[in-house]
Design a binder for this molecule. Structure first.
Ligand code: SPV
Ligand code: MG
Length: 475
């Protein structure tokens, strides 16, 4: 009571956090009764993304509960996956957990990091948040919430934020769980189930893996990060100074995956080139499953594979529908887990065989058991990809479609999504960003016979090491 109203000098006797107060006289009773009525007529809103409750959460719920009838907004799986990390506890379970806390009046879904939708819908009298959001990435979200509250006379109550070591510990355990193969492997399928649209960025070693894992931007009251990693044959080969012709053998490709896996948690999509002979492909599938990889993409080429971006400038042979379907079937049969995905990549547009050929292959490969299809193109104009999306979706509404828009790069993710694509892979961008920077530094030092001129272009190692988790963070 005293927290609520400075003029109300009642010595509250708060029994087990129930709304209790000492009443000695009829006047006390009248004051308390009217206060309780007032409190019960108010609504209070608080948002949670957590899947694990600890004492700090319970304390804040109890405090908020004393302000009025408590509505808890539980962040949707999609919103949690976007701003934080893949939710280990599903929205339905998190909602049930909050519904079962004494004193909680109602639990609702909050679909975005921004509170706009729910503040406008429920118009709570009081909105509770920790005061840590006054600075940093949450500030625009706070400003937005404050102005919505002001528009209808709602009140913002901010409790001092205290960094909770218990929470940091739980979070570290959760992250460690996410890195385990059995959990990691199934996350691509689950993410597609949650969002129906994911983005993947190329990673070719532990460091680029960490960059894909941790880079995040905050925009328009939301957060954006890559959902997955692409282990590209082109970049893996390039990093080893070798051409992209299946020369880097699988054992070496698996080492790259292990380097990445050791320091990250996001799902991995592996570029399996042609997949090799069906007899070899079955071993590749099982090894990838054991490692915790989520999906392999194999392309319908045969003989000496060259990179698709060369198109018809080099001799490349497309595999027959029958043989490639056989390889897919062999892979699906060898697969031991339910979650692993085999994606069929179709090279018809790269080899200029036309849309009909691309479509008939896509449908045939789905019939053979492919969990997804990737349609590749090296044109700047996205028209042939748009035509494929439209025609494929006329007959198949569910099979995920993967695109690699390296050349037709003016199309936004949203436009691909609206047209029915599900996975967008940025296939080589970190490698292409690194090479000119590295080359420039080497030349600069050669030209100046010392390194001082190139220093301004370089990141100090004191910053680079911040990208690398300390040993205790990895336990
Ligand atoms: C890769 O990244 O290795 C790919 C995509 O296969 S592309 O280079 O566009 O063929
Ligand atoms: Mg490749």
């Amino acid at each position: 009571m005293n927290d609520l109203d400075g003029t109300c000098s009642i010595f509250a006797c708060d029994l087990r956090n129930l709304l209790c107060s000492e009443i000695d006289t009829p006047e006390d009773l009248a004051v308390i009764s009217s206060r309780i009525r007032e409190i019960e007529s108010r609504t209070v809103y608080i948002g949670f993304s957590t899947g694990i409750l600890h004492g700090g959460h319970i304390n804040i719920i109890r405090k908020a509960r004393r302000l009025g009838r408590l509505i808890i907004g539980v962040l949707s799986d999609e919103a949690v996956a976007g701003y934080k990390r893949f939710p280990l506890v599903s929205f339905a379970d998190r909602k049930a957990m909050f519904e079962n806390i004494a004193g909680v009046y109602r639990v609702v879904e909050q679909k975005t990091l921004s509170y706009r939708e729910n503040l406008e819908r429920y118009k709570p009298d009081i909105f509770v948040h920790g005061d840590d959001w006054r600075t940093g990435f949450q500030k625009p979200i706070r400003d937005e919430a404050a102005s919505i509250l002001a528009s209808y006379g709602g009140r913002l109550v901010e409790y001092p934020y205290s960094k909770d070591d218990r929470y940091a510990e739980l979070e570290a355990h959760t992250r460690a769980d996410l890195a385990m193969p059995d959990i990691r492997r199934g996350r691509l399928r689950k993410l597609l189930g949650i969002k129906n649209f994911v983005t993947a960025m190329e990673a070719h070693d532990g460091l680029t893996g960490l960059i894909v894992e941790n880079e995040k931007v905050y925009q328009d009251g939301g957060a954006k990060q890559f959902d997955a990693m692409w282990v590209s044959s082109l970049c893996d080969s390039t990093a080893k100074g070798k051409p992209d012709i299946e020369l880097v053998d699988m054992t070496s490709r698996f080492r790259t995956i292990e380097d990445i896996i050791e320091v990250t948690t996001k799902p991995i999509i592996f570029d399996g080139d042609t997949g090799g002979r069906p007899e070899h492909f079955t071993y590749t599938v099982r090894t990838l499953e054991r490692l915790g990889v989520s999906m392999i993409i194999i392309e319908d080429k045969t003989g000496l594979k060259k990179n698709s971006l060369f198109g018809t400038e080099v001799a490349q042979v497309q595999e027959s529908i029958e043989n490639f379907s056989e390889k897919i079937r062999a892979g699906k049969k060898a697969q031991k887990t339910r979650d692993f995905m085999i994606c069929a990549r179709i090279e018809s547009l790269i080899l200029e065989r036309g849309l009909d050929d691309a479509l008939s292959r896509a449908f045939a490969f789905v019939s053979a058991g492919a969990d997804a299809v990737m349609m590749h193109s090296r044109r700047k104009d996205p028209a042939e990809i748009f035509a494929f999306l439209e025609k494929f979706r006329e007959r198949d509404k569910v099979t995920p479609i993967v695109l690699v828009p390296t050349t037709y790069n003016t199309v936004t993710e949203e436009e691909f999504r609206v047209r029915g694509a599900n996975v967008i892979i940025y296939a080589n961008h970190l490698m292409r960003a690194a090479v000119p920077a590295v080359q420039k530094a080497a030349r600069n030092i050669l030209e100046h016979h010392r390194s001082s001129e190139c220093d301004k272009d370089l990141m100090p190692f004191s910053e680079i090491i911040r990208l690398i988790p300390a040993p205790e963070e990895n336990t």
